[in-house]
Design a protein around this ligand. Structure first.
Ligand code: PHE
Length: 438
């Protein structure tokens, strides 16, 4: 159970609560959700099983894992891409993690709930993220927390935290969903969220959905290889995969059912971007009994969920420096953590003083997110699938999974083989090509 909790601690995070609703809102609603779900089950799930297996088999960090199975080969490059991906993602993830820390404080003082009109929380949020010093202060606090935990090693505390975190998060989301669905005009939001309208779907929209499937499941950059390496041989890899995927998807879908009914009921804009949940939720809290307390609990849970994902990102980079470069844990954590923080500063300022500094029409924040989520993760996932399916071989995966009398038979094994060898590489390839042409 401990491992499943740690792996879901990595998967469930800001991707589910902050990013999923805002990209659904920006990319047209129901059709995007459907494509996302197909990517999760057809592409993400097989890759997760592959990463867990690679990690447990080799007991190494991502670079070490490929190196052990195919020494001195270009495949080790997948591991390096993962370490780079972890660094890039954490650099902007830490900024948004900082926002959640700030909202813990602001919900305790009550300032986020102090608005009678539904448009005001959005303005409150915009003025907060435009305030450089405040944003950087909380960004530093978030990174400091991750650094402090990873310094002690990822075992122990995290598993216990997730034990309480996951069930409480699900319960709160169900309660909030009930409130959202009973607001006047909620059904318009449900229709937006659940009725597919494919007219808005282009190659790049599919790439965003695909990238987010990897992002949300923590795949394509070795986080699940690293966590798999902590796993004992008794554990059933296939059912662990199923459990993590289900929980992660359930939480994302629930969040959507909280956000979109409320967005439409309050006459807000679903495509408003990264501020969406922060602008919508305060009004929902303000409209329920004991809303102040619920808001505090919610933002505390979100902050913990962000930290448990943040440490898995940092741990990938740290494990590389410890295992491959022979650094002491302390040195690896401090250097990796502080460098990531520093590189994240322009992302933190992207909604304020650097809002007009654009490259390819995007802010620094959006560029880093896009490089990592739309390119590095899908590419990493595709290469991992090719490596496992064609180079290391699916036979070896079956042997690893079936240790200690765990069963991996018909039809699961055959379906998995087919997905990882053919579907994952081809589908990701097609999406990359489609982005260029459509
Ligand atoms: N899956 C995490 C989330 O949804 C983010 C993450 C991505 C963590 C990649 C680790 C690796 O918030």
């Amino acid at each position: 159970m401990g491992f499943i909790l740690a792996a879901s601690g990595s998967a469930v995070g800001l991707g589910n609560v902050w990013k999923f609703p805002y990209i659904v809102g920006e990319n047209g609603g129901g059709a995007f959700v459907l494509i996302y779900l197909v990517c999760i089950f057809v592409i993400g799930t097989p890759v997760m099983l592959a990463e867990f297996t690679l990690g447990r088999k080799t007991n190494r960090n991502p670079v070490g894992a490929f190196e052990q199975l195919r020494p001195k080969s270009p495949w080790i490059g997948i591991g390096y891409m993962g370490v780079l991906g972890g660094f890039l993602i954490l650099s902007f993830y830490g900024v948004v993690g900082g926002w959640t820390f700030a909202y813990v404080v602001k919900s305790i003082t009550g300032s986020v709930l102090a608005f009678p009109h539904s448009k005001e929380p959005g303005e409150f949020f915009a003025s907060f993220i435009g305030n450089s010093w405040e944003v950087l202060f909380y960004h530093a606090l978030f990174m400091g927390t991750c650094i402090a935990i990873v310094l002690r090693g990822v075992h122990g505390g995290i598993e216990k935290a997730c034990n309480i975190l996951m069930p409480t998060l699900v319960i709160i989301l169900v309660l909030l969903m009930i409130r959202s669905l009973t607001l006047d005009g909620a059904m318009e939001g449900v229709a937006f969220y659940l009725t597919p309208d494919f007219s808005k779907i282009t190659g790049s929209v599919v790439l965003i959905a695909l990238g987010h499937a990897f992002f949300s499941l923590s795949l394509g950059m070795g986080a699940m290889i690293t966590y798999g390496s902590y796993l004992s041989e008794k554990e059933n890899l296939a059912s662990s995969t199923a459990y993590v995927v289900m929980l992660d998807t359930l939480i994302a879908l629930l969040v959507g059912m909280v956000i979109f009914p409320a967005v439409f009921a309050m006459g807000l804009e679903p495509a408003e971007g990264p501020g969406l949940v922060f602008s919508v939720l305060p009004t929902v809290f303000a409209s329920i009994p004991l809303g102040h307390g619920v808001a505090v609990i919610f933002f505390v849970l979100l902050a913990i969920a962000a930290v448990t994902s943040g440490i898995s990102l940092l741990e990938v980079v740290v494990a590389y420096f410890i295992d491959q470069r022979g650094w002491q844990r302390k040195r690896a954590v401090l250097i990796a953590g502080l460098t990531t923080f520093a590189f994240g500063i322009p992302s933190g300022l992207s909604f304020g003083v650097m809002a007009d500094v654009k490259f390819l029409g995007m802010t620094f924040f959006d560029n880093i997110d896009s490089i990592a989520s739309h390119y590095l993760l899908p590419l990493g996932g595709m290469l991992t699938a090719i490596f496992v399916g064609w180079v290391w071989g699916t036979k070896n995966v079956h042997i690893e999974i079936e240790k200690h009398n765990n069963k991996f038979g018909f039809p699961w094994a055959q379906s998995w083989d087919f997905l990882i060898r053919y579907i994952t590489p081809v589908a990701v390839g097609i999406v990359f090509i489609a982005t260029v042409f459509y």
